[in-house]
Design a protein around this ligand. Structure first.
Ligand code: ZN
Length: 118
């Protein structure tokens, strides 16, 4: 990390990440987000830092929370964002809806693993 405006010391990072995602509420966030983006004049002060999971941070980009929310709503997407747990839930539901049996899935996973090994 070379940009001093975006640099977050490890101690601060640990402190901020000791929380759920500030946006979707999901557990185990891995990223420290600048609530007001640095690109929009946000600071690196603790008061401008929030824990975010990867899907939330990736989508938030250089939006403020209000801009991000307005964008999601203009796209017909729900607020708050579903986050990682939401995407996992969606993926599990898709598998359930597809009617694929768990044993078929296990077999497919094993075949996939063999493909990597060879
Ligand atoms: Zn999140």
């Amino acid at each position: 990390m070379t940009d001093p405006l975006r640099y977050i010391p490890a101690r601060v990072r640990r402190q901020v990440l000791d929380a759920n995602c500030a946006y979707c509420g999901g557990p185990f966030p891995t990223e420290v987000d600048h609530v007001i983006p640095v690109a929009q004049g946000g600071s690196g002060d603790l008061s401008n830092l929030a824990a975010a999971c990867e899907p939330c941070n990736r989508e938030k980009l250089d939006f403020t929370p209000a801009e991000w929310r307005a964008w999601r709503e203009s796209e017909g997407l729900p607020w708050p964002p579903p986050g990682r747990i939401g995407y996992i839930r969606e993926a599990v539901q898709q598998v359930l809806d597809s009617g694929v049996s768990p044993s078929d899935l296990a077999e497919a996973a094993a075949a996939y693993a063999r493909r990597d090994a060879s």
